[in-house]
Design a protein around this ligand. Structure first.
Ligand code: HEM
Length: 453
């Protein structure tokens, strides 16, 4: 008599350490660690706490969890932890409340609004690029972060921000993002309760950010500013005007924090990686420059962005190979079968765009930066294999905003400068809720009629 074979669960990722599992890898070298997971198909277990978390590596399973079977999944424990920072904003809310908020906020991200914001983006990107001097070495990540923050704050609050307020936002948002990531990774929930200097800095940054935003909302008491409505006006006036269908000041507050946090470092990381890739690929940089130059010197408006197909493919390729988003987490609210395995209710799943986007099954030579893989005559990418902005009811509300910002910025910079790598600088990917490069020093070389490249 043979005993019936016990069903084996999904494989466990290599590198699991006693007690801390894979936590150290996710903390110290998350990008390298995530890269190793593409080898597993369709699902692999990693240990970040007492129970395993399952990383979905197949587009099909990701599509099921995010879209077709989404009713069986909720956002999970990590998002509960994020509520301390983001309140009940769009990124952390669920169910009917999330749907209502999404409906109320969607008009603020409609085509006409993005077209209006694109003018602000082009102006701010042009100002920033014009402030550099020939031969200057710039910290590209820092420059893109400052620019993205200026863009989000200018579109949220169209009135020019007092420099002190802008400085508060600039210094607090990265601390809050870093703190959020640490909290999500801490399986014990004890770390953040310790009175360490880092935790004190985070608590202080969070308090200051809340105070500044409260101030910005309450100072709107006198009514919206003249001209096109900014995002804050759209939030404050969203709905049909009945108390059942408008946002309270607290809700507006949570949404503003969410937009600041979700819309700054993501775009900055995407742009910084994009300039890194253009620096390493002079041929691609040249082609992009020539396309932008054909558009003339005037800042680009939203409609003219459609006339930059090569630039768009380059942005897509950066979003693929260097996806700046973090990992997305879901928890099963019922028992589920995925990839031939049974998972009880309460199991947590992770999906990482980087893991999907660097899979050689869907992207041959996945680490090669090649905008032409997005040419319309190339084989279509399977559904769920390219998801820089997520999918389903929680798909990024800022996708068009982010794309317009990346396009206008790369066009504004590339038409004036070639950003060249500085020999000896050590560029490293860092994950703090988002994936962005550090150590990205680049030298500005002016494009002149005689030496445009
Ligand atoms: C390249 C830049 C960006 C990337 C890669 C990105 C990526 C993502 C992803 C993957 C999600 C889904 C998360 C999930 O399903 O749990 C998301 C959600 C979200 N993003 Fe973005 N994002 C970017 C830019 C922005 C911008 C510019 C804004 C706002 C101005 C924004 C606001 C949001 C919000 C509010 C959500 C929550 C949506 C919901 O749950 O309904 N994002 N983003």
């Amino acid at each position: 008599m043979f005993a019936a074979a016990r069903p084996t669960g999904p494989p466990v990722a290599r590198g699991r350490l006693p007690l801390i599992g894979h936590g150290l890898h996710m903390w110290r070298r998350p990008l390298e660690f995530l890269d190793t997971l593409t080898a597993y198909d369709p699902v692999v277990a990693i240990h970040l706490g007492p129970k395993p978390t399952y990383v979905l590596t197949s587009p099909d399973l990701v599509h099921r969890v995010m879209v077709s079977d989404a009713a069986r999944f909720a956002k999970g424990r990590s998002f509960e932890k994020l509520r301390d920072y983001l309140g009940n904003g769009l990124a952390t809310s669920e169910g009917s409340f999330h749907l209502r908020q999404r409906r109320l906020m969607q008009p603020a991200f409609h085509h006409a609004q993005i077209a209006h914001h694109a003018r602000t983006m082009a102006r701010l990107a042009t100002d920033r690029a014009s402030s550099w001097r020939p031969g200057q070495v710039i910290d590209v990540t820092r420059e893109m972060y400052d620019l993205s923050l200026a863009i989000v704050t200018s579109t949220l609050f169209s009135t020019a921000l007092d420099e002190q307020i802008a400085a508060e936002i600039r210094s607090t948002v990265p601390l809050v993002l870093r703190g959020m990531y640490t909290r999500v990774l801490d399986p014990t929930d004890l770390w953040q309760k310790l009175p360490t200097p880092g935790n004190r800095r985070l608590a202080d940054a969070h308090r200051r950010l809340r105070r500044v935003i409260d101030h910005l909302i309450t100072s709107r008491g006198g009514g919206p500013p003249a001209g096109e409505p900014d995002l804050l006006t759209m939030l404050l006036t969203a709905g049909d005007g009945t108390t059942a269908d408008t946002m309270t000041d607290q809700q507006v507050h949570d949404e503003v924090v969410t937009l600041l946090v979700a819309g700054t470092e993501t775009v900055a990381g995407g742009l910084a990686w994009l300039f890194h890739e253009l620096g390493r690929h002079p041929g691609i940089d040249r082609q992009l420059y020539e396309e932008v130059r054909r558009q003339g010197a005037a800042p680009l408006d939203f409609d003219r962005l459609a006339q930059l197909p090569y630039t768009r493919r380059t942005v897509d390729e950066a979003l693929r190979v260097r996806n700046p988003g973090g990992v997305t987490i879901r928890r099963a609210v019922a028992d589920v079968e995925l990839g031939g395995h049974h998972f009880p209710r309460g199991t947590e799943f992770i999906f990482s765009a980087l893991v999907l986007h660097r899979n050689p099954r869907y992207f041959p030579e996945p680490t090669r930066f090649d905008p032409d893989r997005w040419l319309p005559d190339r084989p279509a990418v399977p559904r769920g294999a390219f998801l820089p902005f997520g999918a389903g009811s929680h798909q990024c509300i800022g996708e068009s905003f982010a794309r317009a910002e990346m396009m206008t910025t790369v066009a504004a910079v590339a038409s004036r400068w070639r950003l060249e790598p500085v020999p000896g600088s050590r560029v490293r990917g860092v994950m703090t809720s988002t994936n962005h490069p550090t150590g990205l020093a680049m030298r500005t070389r002016p494009r002149t009629a005689t030496a445009p490249f």
